[in-house]
Design a protein around this ligand. Structure first.
Ligand code: ATP
Ligand code: MG
Length: 346
């Protein structure tokens, strides 16, 4: 059946010492429908094995315990010989008529070597190239081996499902599917956890938002308080400044008044010194007067005995006068009128 991806086909097979095919053998060209017929043991199945082998089917699915068993050997002695090699080359014809050669070789060491158009490649590259042509090796959906039809007919539904999975290629994806399913379960668990976490985060976020709003309000109020304090201190400063100005004015007035008082005091002092001078002058005069008084008093004291003498004399004279008056009565009326004064001496 032509491939949906690439309308190519197997053009021919080149075999060298593969199983019952001794030496270099070219089988083909194949057509859209080719039947191979032959007696039992002719090598029909070996051809299917050759196709399977060159397309990279694992040894376990080939009829042979190990790769070396696939190398042509006439008998057991030949099997033991060293340096034996075999290969199968599949010549694939592309839709445009160009050819692509896939070669798998059994090396003398007993391993596999893959080549595309004669160039050695890794198994992965080889498989990828086959896949690009729509040949899924592991699915083996293009090979129907001897007995396969009978085997399929006798399969139970579960086995048939397995077979369908195999030939559709979904078996290859089973492990990936199971792994992905496990990953999905883990992811769902993680998602549930993440959702729970998200809810917690949303709740925390809400709380934090409230806290943030409260903090912002607090900051706003603090700012307001700061401004009010500033205003209050400015108000205080204004009044202090006013008080200072008033006090300075008072002080200036006081200074002026003090200057007036000092001036007055100076005047008084000046006056006082003038008065002191006057006082000194007066004291000096007083002292002089006192000295004079003392002198006069002294003089008086000295003149006292003479005064006494005079007083005695006066008393004596008076008594003489009295006696005389008694003798002369006319004199009495006159004396009464002007005592001490008389017209003539005694
Ligand atoms: P049938 O109609 O019975 O299915 P067939 O055509 O499919 O027969 P195959 O199974 O292809 O026959 O071929 C089997 C023959 O291949 C056997 O004769 C076997 O000895 C031979 N053979 C298998 N492996 C080797 C080998 N390594 N070297 C030589 N001959 C081999
Ligand atoms: Mg057969």
């Amino acid at each position: 059946m032509p491939s949906l991806i690439s309308p190519g086909k197997i053009h021919r097979l080149e075999l060298e010492n593969f199983k019952s095919y001794k030496g270099h053998q070219v089988i083909g060209p194949f057509y859209d429908f080719t039947a191979i017929i032959g007696p039992n043991g002719a090598g029909k199945s070996n051809l299917m094995d050759a196709i399977s082998f060159v397309l990279g089917v694992r040894t376990g699915h080939l009829r042979g315990a190990q790769l070396k068993d696939l190398i042509y050997a006439f008998d057991d002695r030949e099997k033991e010989q060293k340096g034996r090699r075999a290969f199968v080359r599949l010549v694939y014809q592309m839709g445009n008529g160009s050819e692509l050669q896939f070669t798998r070789t059994i090396t003398s060491a007993g391993g596999s070597e893959y080549r595309i158009d004669g160039k050695v490649v890794t198994w992965d590259e080889y498989k990828a190239r086959l896949k690009s042509l729509g040949i899924l090796v592991s699915a083996r959906n293009f090979l129907v081996f001897q007995g396969d039809v009978e085997s399929i007919a006798s399969k139970n539904p579960k086995e048939l499902t397995g077979l369908l999975e195999q030939i559709s290629g979904s078996e290859e994806l089973k492990r990936d599917y199971e792994q992905l399913e496990a990953e999905k379960a883990v992811a769902e668990e993680k998602s549930a956890l993440a959702y729970q976490k998200k809810r917690t985060v949303v709740l925390e976020r809400k709380q934090k938002k409230e806290q943030k709003e409260e903090a912002e309000k607090h900051i706003r109020l603090q700012d307001r308080l700061k401004k009010l304090k500033e205003e209050y201190y400015l108000w205080q400063l204004y009044h202090i400044e006013k008080d200072v100005t008033r006090t300075n004015e008072d002080l200036e007035a006081e200074i002026k008044s003090r200057e007036g008082v000092i001036h007055e005091l100076e005047n008084f002092e000046h006056e006082a010194s003038k008065k002191k001078k006057e006082q000194a002058k007066y004291l000096k005069e007083i002292a002089q007067c006192e000295r004079k008084i003392a002198e006069r008093s002294n003089k008086l004291d000295k003149s006292q005995p003479e005064l006494l003498k005079l007083k005695e004399e006066m008393t004596r004279i008076r008594s003489k006068i009295e006696r005389t008056e008694a003798k002369v009565p006319r004199w009495q009326s006159w004396r009464t009128r002007s005592p001490g004064v008389w017209e003539g001496g005694d």
